[in-house]
Design a protein around this ligand. Structure first.
Ligand code: NAD
Ligand code: UDP
Ligand code: UDP
Length: 342
């Protein structure tokens, strides 16, 4: 799906995990990319390899403040995504989701351009139906530790649909399910990065609760393909559309697969289950299949192996730096979220 060379695409949260892959994909499609990020969880190193590209521009900016730029499309990804990060400053998380959405919608409205919102399966909360279809309204605790993210993202969806109803704007809402791959933050507490880092370091693998809770993990390349297809779809396709890989796996099974793929001698240990941790989650992607002709193609074993290879390189690099002193800028976010040393 080539982009017109004249198109300038804004990616907020562009130096984060998903954002950096999206910027790469858009550049490869021929577009100009304006990456906007406040480096809360994202890093310059995620987009370092793009900085010299003549069609790439990086702007440090917090989306809770107005942004006046000229672009042809907007992907709104800015928001910390891992529970550890979004609970670190929950008020800022809600502001980023809600005020960030208002500002980006205001920008899209002034420019009369399409805007896509990176929403989340978390809007379903701890679901009481399985698998989750877009018609399900969710089961979210409005006052728990995950609420800043869940309710912030729910309100952002409301804003997107109200801007459409009130101003006739072309909007797209993707409900993204757990996605993994290279450039996940090694210290963000998400299960895939935690397990791989622990396994590679020979540390205990921390399974929360009994490990029978499930998730369905989508490899990043597949997800980015879905986001771009959604953005390029006709205006009547607004979503919300579930984007994720329906293959469901328990955390216990994921721990065992990680041990197998890394050849690690790590042991599985159990830790308390965090409050409001969803028990089961699996996307029904019939709508995305029908409307976008999209389905994920990467099996968990294949995607996990690629992610393991990425973390092997990253940790070798970090360990080398520790042994020989810093050779280049450390992989940290603006609030000093650093790679674990041991
Ligand atoms: P990430 O933390 O790696 O990236 C988020 C990016 O947003 C970071 O670069 C961060 O610095 C930036 N950011 C945060 N607050 C900002 C602000 N106020 N102004 C400007 N930039 C800001 O997370 P990710 O996994 O890449 O997630 C990207 C988006 O996709 C998020 O909106 C997230 O909610 C959504 N999502 C991700 C997943 C997943 O599994 N990765 C699942 C569902 C939804
Ligand atoms: N906004 C922005 N860039 C623009 C246009 C608007 O950041 O190019 C912000 C602005 O801060 C505004 C918000 O988007 O508060 C919502 O804009 P909208 O036009 O919907 O509402 P209003 O300006 O009436 O508050
Ligand atoms: N989890 C785990 N060990 C870890 C980190 C997470 O067992 O070291 C569990 C967590 O309790 C949840 C699942 O893995 O049940 C997915 O957690 P993650 O934070 O990656 O995503 P989310 O809960 O937002 O889906």
């Amino acid at each position: 799906m080539p982009y017109n060379l004249a198109e300038r695409i804004l990616v907020t949260g562009g130096s984060g995990f998903l954002g950096s892959h999206l910027c790469e994909r858009l550049l490869a499609s021929g577009a100009e990319v304006l990456c906007v990020d406040n480096f809360f969880t994202g890093t310059r190193s995620n987009v370092e390899h793009l900085l010299d590209h003549h069609r790439f521009e990086l702007l440090r900016h917090d989306v809770t403040f107005p942004l006046y730029v000229e672009v042809d499309q907007i992907y709104n990804l800015a928001c910390p995504a891992s529970p550890v990060h979004y609970q670190h400053d929950p008020v800022q998380t809600t502001k980023t989701s809600v005020i960030g959405a208002i500002n980006m919608l205001g920008l899209a409205k002034r420019l009369k351009v399409k805007i896509l919102q990176a929403s989340t399966s978390e809007i379903y909360g701890d679901p009481s139906t399985h698998p989750q279809t877009e018609a399900y309204w969710g089961n979210v605790n409005p006052i728990g530790p995950r609420s800043c993210y869940d309710e912030g993202k729910r309100c952002a969806e409301t804003l997107f649909f109200d801007y459409r109803r009130q101003h006739g704007m072309p909007i797209k809402v993707a409900r993204i399910f757990n996605t993994y791959g290279p450039r996940m933050h090694p210290n963000d507490g998400r299960v895939v990065s935690n397990f791989i880092v622990q396994a590679l370091r020979g540390q205990d693998i921390t399974v929360y609760g009994d490990g029978l809770q499930s998730r369905a993990f989508c490899y990043v390349d597949d997800l980015i393909d879905g986001l771009v297809r959604l953005m390029q779809s006709p205006d009547e396709v607004t979503g919300p559309l579930n984007l994720g890989n329906p293959h469901e796996i328990t955390m216990r099974e994921l721990a065992e697969l990680t041990i197998e793929l890394t050849g690690s001698h790590s042991k599985i240990v159990h830790r308390p289950l965090p409050q409001d941790d969803p028990r089961q989650r699996q996307p029904d992607i019939s709508r995305a299949k029908a409307m976008l002709g999209w389905a994920p193609r990467t099996a968990i074993r294949q995607g996990l192996a690629r992610t393991v290879a990425y973390f092997e390189g990253l940790l070798a690099d970090a360990d080398g730096r520790l042994a020989h002193g810093p050779s280049r800028r450390p992989h940290t976010g603006s609030r000093g979220i650093a790679i674990p040393a041991t």
